[in-house]
Design a protein around this ligand. Structure first.
Ligand SMILES: NC(=O)c1ccc[n+]([C@@H]2O[C@H](COP(=O)([O-])OP(=O)(O)OC[C@H]3O[C@@H](n4cnc5c(N)ncnc54)[C@H](OP(=O)(O)O)[C@@H]3O)[C@@H](O)[C@H]2O)c1
Length: 312
């Protein structure tokens, strides 16, 4: 049985591992997607009790939403919780040039498109993907409140907001969750945002838990990538080598605990008291099985600080 948690001040009872769906659509970030394996991974997740799925209209220009909707067809709606995002406004057809947009009219319109693509009546958690400097936070909050009142979404939150964005947003609305980037190699979230989230009981679902696979321990530092990793700083030159060494130290601790490096990397993020869930990008049933093995156990205080020291 999966480890479950109430997501902050919402009444969403979610698994602590959230199935990340950015990988679900072939594009320049993830050029190869095996839809059959992905479908099997979604089914495996549900079997394992992983009930939380994170997607976005921007993933594959709407394609990832459509695929997820299709893959969940026939599954009773109360067996899974959908988190979706809005922000990128295509100027033409999906796939054309896009600009940031959290204006009221755009959010209301785009939510309807996402509901259709996801093949559902309601999005459980609708998130502003990024902060839109051109829209007053009162206007954005007005749109989300209307969607909530109309029963199109159950809760709303934000992603990639800093603490000032969250404060401004919550002066006008009820942004109940935050989706920040956070993992053992990138702890910027701990500096300020984590305190805001704990003080306000904001549900935190963090992304890039495995630093796009680096924290699984499967890389040697010599690899070249044709996907998003080809443009990420953590996979370049000396930085890549240093990260591989850190992950090797993590692997030694994992071995002593009888866990895999991947599981320890996920658990290390889950142990932070501000974090409710970790989103893990999944491509295969094996990957979700391994990620699910990060639930249901805990690090001792000593082990936790050993992990932090190993990553320094
Ligand atoms: N809000 C935002 O702005 C934002 C940004 C990024 C991501 N996200 C969300 O967070 C999710 C996860 O973050 P992420 O995409 O950065 O990736 P991640 O979770 O840090 O890493 C996922 C990658 O690790 C590899 N992997 C996963 N499990 C593995 C296992 N057991 N063994 C070996 N390799 C494994 C897979 O890549 P390979 O198999 O190709 O090696 C996978 O693509 C996304 O799907 C998305 O839902 C949100």
């Amino acid at each position: 049985m999966a480890e479950m948690i109430q997501l902050g001040r919402t009444d969403l009872n979610v698994s602590r591992i959230c199935f990340g769906c950015w990988q679900m659509s072939a594009n320049r970030f993830w050029p190869t997607v095996d839809e059959q394996k992905m479908q099997a991974a979604v089914r495996e997740a549900l079997e394992l009790g992983v009930n939380f799925f994170d997607t976005a209209d921007a993933y594959g220009d709407g394609h990832a939403e459509m695929l997820l909707g299709r893959m969940l067809e026939g599954v009773p709606r109360d067996r899974y919780i959908l988190a979706d995002k809005v922000y990128h406004h295509w100027l033409g057809e999906p796939g054309s040039k896009r600009v940031g947009d959290l204006s009221c009219d755009y959010i209301l319109w785009e939510c309807e498109q996402s509901l259709k693509r996801l093949n559902t009546d309601v999005i459980d958690l609708y998130q502003a993907h990024f902060y839109d400097v051109l829209t007053h936070p009162e206007e954005t909050a007005r749109a989300f409140e209307k969607l909530k009142k109309d029963g199109k979404i159950r809760y709303y939150g934000a992603s990639n907001y800093n603490a000032e964005h969250m404060r401004a947003a919550n002066r006008f609305g009820h942004f109940d969750t935050l989706q920040p980037r956070y993992n053992l190699l990138d702890r910027a979230f701990e500096e300020e945002l984590a305190y805001y989230c704990m003080a306000e009981n904001i549900g935190v679902l963090c992304y890039s838990t495995l630093e796009c696979g680096l924290l699984t321990g499967k890389f040697t530092g010599d690899e070249k990538f044709d996907d998003v990793r080809g443009i990420m700083a953590s996979f370049q030159g000396e930085q890549f080598q240093k990260n591989v060494q850190r992950v090797q130290r993590l692997g030694e601790i994992a071995e002593s605990l009888g866990k895999s490096t991947t599981q320890l990397a996920i658990r290390g993020a889950l142990e932070h008291p501000a974090v409710h869930c970790t989103i893990v990008g999944i491509k295969t049933p094996e990957q979700i099985r391994e990620a699910a093995g990060a639930m249901g156990w805990a690090l001792t205080r000593e082990q936790y600080y050993d992990v932090r020291a190993a990553m320094a």
